[in-house]
Design a protein around this ligand. Structure first.
Ligand code: R5P
Length: 346
């Protein structure tokens, strides 16, 4: 089928930095499925790029083919548990890839970053940087005209961009489908909560969609010690109920495990945790394993926006993975075809 140029941007071209490769392959597979359903044919290959790391640690991404006039998407998963590259290494690789694209004159450049780095440094509490704003500026200055991300920690980060459009997608529909259709969760005896007030809006959203009651865990942090939780209180009734804890991410696991313990102390039965970004930093996996063995939590559901690999998923009894690749593929496809994406972003 011949595309009407007024109905689409340039040719869809997908590339990836090294840590974005496996997610990009899943996205492009889904894009081909969508295109086939629409009676079109898409090239099922990623654009040829090369990530070069110099002996001093500097990095650059080179685009090895012609992309002039294309609608260009560069995918990077910045916190990649399967690589020894740091968040900063991967962010820098992305910046060089965006700028390499900018030099190559595509029609449009979109950075696809399921994990927005430094999103928890979005406001100042003492003499410190507003690092999320710096990241927004890097992306914009490098040449990204649009950024696609997933469940950004603070929506206000949208305002850190002057010209670049930020599209924040949500994994809640995929997770809700998994809970209802795959897990066949009994929602009659379920309460939804977030592990802190920051996640209360997300918990309210899930509880509305699932038709359950809702509780709030109020967490106070000790900001003098990174990752330390000071105290927690529960508002709501969870006695003899199963509980779903929802959050944007698990980093060290401290917040989630503290909340689960508090819920158990208040009489909760089974506790399931669902997050968009299962970073499991530091010794989070060991901590969660212990909480699972002690029957504090029953299951953690995460998405492949942070990809732990098939063997981790198969061998970790408490972990279930939901893919968000079809969601990203649909949003990319609709953007390329100049169709609405607002329904998909909710
Ligand atoms: C906090 O506001 C976030 O939504 C997460 O709850 C938090 O970042 C998780 O961190 P950790 O797993 O290290 O407690």
């Amino acid at each position: 089928m011949q595309l009407n140029p007024l109905e689409s941007r340039g040719a869809l071209a997908i590339a990836a930095c090294n840590s974005g490769l496996s997610f990009a392959e899943r996205v492009i597979k889904e894009l081909c499925i969508i295109a086939k359903k629409e009676g079109e044919k898409l090239e099922s290959r990623l654009r040829d790029t090369q990530e070069i790391v110099f002996p001093n640690g500097e990095v650059k991404v080179v685009i090895n083919e012609f992309i002039r006039g294309d609608d260009f998407y560069i995918i990077q998963c910045i916190d990649d548990p399967l690589s020894d590259r740091s968040v900063n290494d991967n962010l820098m690789a992305l910046i060089t890839a965006i700028h390499a694209a900018y030099q190559s004159d595509p029609d449009h450049i979109t950075a696809v970053i399921p994990q927005f780095p430094y999103a928890r440094q979005e406001r100042r509490k003492t003499r410190e940087a507003i690092s999320a704003k710096l990241v927004a500026k890097f992306l914009e200055d490098a040449g990204a005209q649009r950024v696609l991300t997933l469940d950004i920690h603070a929506e206000a980060i949208q305002g850190f961009f002057s010209y670049t459009k930020l599209e924040d997608m949500h994994a809640s529909r995929e997770i809700k489908n998994y809970l209802l259709n795959t897990l066949k969760l009994d929602i009659k005896n379920l309460v939804v909560t977030g592990p802190d007030v920051g996640s209360a809006e997300k918990a309210r959203h899930y509880s509305k969609r699932l038709g359950t009651s809702f509780a709030i865990v109020d967490k106070a942090r000790d900001y003098s010690k990174p990752g330390e939780v000071e105290s927690m209180r529960l508002v709501g009734d969870v006695k003899d109920k199963n509980v779903l804890i929802v959050d944007d991410m698990i980093a060290t696991g401290g917040t989630m495990i503290h909340a689960a313990k508090l819920l158990k102390e208040n009489g909760a039965k089974d506790i399931i945790v669902a997050v968009s970004l299962p970073f499991f930093n530091g010794n989070a996996v060991e901590k969660i394993e212990r909480a699972y063995q002690e029957e504090i939590i029953k299951m953690v559901i995460g998405t492949d926006a942070v990809f732990w690999g098939e063997s981790f998923v198969q061998n970790t009894e408490w972990y279930q993975e939901v893919t968000v690749a079809p969601l990203f593929a649909r949003v990319i496809y609709n953007i390329n075809r100049k169709r609405s994406v607002s329904q998909l972003l909710r």
